[in-house]
Write a protein that binds this ligand. Structure first.
Ligand code: G6P
Length: 503
């Protein structure tokens, strides 16, 4: 596949960066711009992933199956109303699928070569930025070839967005994979209103400073009119990094960026993401889902206490700390002998070394706990390295007495919110890491520092033994929060603020 599947037409960008320096990513690779005309879409979503999965039928024919996530649920109404388009990657190496329609939505697929999947996706995104932004809970790797791939792939996304956006359109760029896109886009299309939302944490300036390309990343992000973060702490970290890495002054939420035409004001603020709480609750209320919840408990031998963990198998999620705490509680006999832990760990980024190592460690630990504590037919840990449809997840949430959400660092953690949304019965308890964005909102949870194994053990015991009245009080307050602040509220508040930004 050609490195850039697009024709060179537009001239190189004209933006001069702050301080007159010339960053490595200011010149697009040959052929980066697809077409000189503006596109037809008034609203453009740019995200690393398309909201559909490519599936191959028995006849070898490929088709697209919707992959319903929170983001597409939130943005679908806006996309439909505005005649919008979603630009993303299919997840497979190969040529760009180009423009197509699926599920009534206009989509544009950006292509990544096998080398780009290795260097951009597995390398810079998942072995550099991901660990760095999650407070270096794993060691980030810095590789100049990965950075070059990151720049090139960001150009491909920016070029696709520039080609699709109508004059004066709103473009909303998502997440850490595409941090250079806002500026690349602005250089080409100063007429656009550009928003960026960071779904993962933004680290404090001391950690961010490790990134050899920190100035280019800050300058890339500052191409946006509005930058959204999961929490106020993340937004403050970003503003601190602007000051430190790029010498950019800030006043409150506003950052002054020197463009060739004068000083432009960029706003950075918190917009905590959420879920489609009403839709999830409706699933949990279905007869077949409630029946499935009862069947799950039956299949587990009607435990006195059912603990649940649901995570992507990722080292940021604190799965090992959780298992250690549970193993010690079993050793000490502090939980009912009829306890079970269901741990769903859905497969993720399996070609990245740190993820392969984590899987080995988790499976070793599960094996050890079960080896030491199982009786025939009743292991204390039910480990499921699989992904499940929403109905099965809702049934698991309904079945669980205590939900364990113990990340070492997490931008938000939507699993915690999903659990709360499903518990229309106002039962159940949530043990929640204070290092998640969700901890700012779900104050009815039992807060833990997942590194403090004794504290984690105590919190699990407390959550498992609270009175039904206290459980209800806590769950009610969390349900109010998640019910009132759903994903539609999140999208509307971000887009309203973006539309009010000085354009
Ligand atoms: C997190 C990130 C997303 C990412 C998702 C799955 O939620 O914020 O941007 O898409 O993980 O990761 P993957 O590497 O499979 O896209």
């Amino acid at each position: 596949m050609a490195k850039h599947d697009i024709d060179p037409v537009l001239p190189a960008p004209r933006l001069r960066m702050t301080g007159g320096r010339s960053p490595a990513c200011s010149v697009p690779p040959a052929g980066a711009w697809r077409m000189a005309r503006t596109g037809r879409h008034e609203f453009v979503v740019v995200a690393s992933r398309l909201p559909v999965d490519r599936v191959e039928g028995a006849d070898g024919e490929a088709s697209w199956r919707p992959s319903p996530g929170g983001l597409v649920t939130a943005l679908e109404p806006v996309l439909r109303e505005a005649g919008g388009v979603w630009i993303g990657w299919s997840g497979d190496a190969g040529p760009a699928p180009g423009a197509f329609e699926a599920n009534g939505l206009d989509l544009v697929g950006v292509g990544l070569s096998a080398d780009q999947v290795r260097d951009f996706y597995e390398g810079f995104c998942n072995a550099t930025v991901w660990p760095l932004y999650h407070d270096v809970v794993a060691r980030p790797q810095f590789d100049r070839r990965w950075w070059e791939a990151y720049v090139a792939v960001n150009w491909s996304f920016a070029a696709a967005a520039a080609a699709e956006a109508a004059r004066g359109a709103t473009v909303w760029v998502h997440d850490y994979q595409l941090q250079l896109v806002p500026r690349m886009l602005r250089e080409q299309r100063a007429d656009l209103r550009i928003g960026f939302f960071n779904h993962i944490p933004f680290p404090c300036s001391g950690i961010f400073a490790q990134l050899p390309w920190r100035r280019q990343v800050i300058e890339g992000l500052l191409g946006a009119d509005l930058l959204g973060f999961q929490s106020r702490a993340d937004a403050a970290n970003f503003i601190g990094a602007c000051r430190q890495a790029a010498g950019t002054p800030a006043k409150g939420h506003a950052i002054g960026v020197h463009d060739p035409d004068g000083v432009r004001e960029v706003r950075a603020a918190a917009f905590p993401i959420s879920i489609d709480s009403a839709a999830l609750e409706a699933i949990a209320r279905r007869d077949e889902v409630r029946k499935r919840a009862a069947d799950i408990r039956l299949a587990l031998g009607q435990p006195d206490l059912l603990l649940l963990g649901i995570d992507r198998l990722d080292y940021t999620k604190g799965i090992l700390h959780r298992l250690d705490a549970y193993g010690e509680l079993l050793d000490e006999g502090r939980l009912s002998p009829r306890v079970a832990l269901v741990q769903v760990a859905s497969p993720s980024r399996e070609r990245v070394e740190a993820y392969r190592e984590l899987r080995d460690e988790v499976e070793l630990t599960v094996g050890r706990i079960n080896g030491e504590h199982a009786e025939v037919g009743s292991p204390p840990v039910h480990y499921l390295h699989q992904s499940y449809p929403r109905e099965e997840m809702a049934a698991l949430y309904l079945a669980a007495d205590v939900m364990l959400v113990t990340p070492l660092r997490d931008g938000m953690n939507l699993v915690a919110k999903e659990y709360v949304a499903c518990r229309y019965d106002e039962n159940g308890a949530l043990v929640l890491s204070e290092f998640t964005g969700a901890a700012d909102e779900l104050t009815g949870a039992f807060m833990v520092n997942p590194y403090d194994i004794d504290g984690l053990k105590d919190a699990i015991v407390r959550a498992a033994t609270i009175s039904p009245a206290e459980a209800r009080r806590r769950m009610r307050s969390m349900r109010r929060q998640v019910g009132q602040h759903d994903v539609a509220y999140w999208a509307a508040s971000f887009l309203d603020t973006l539309n009010q930004a000085p354009g």
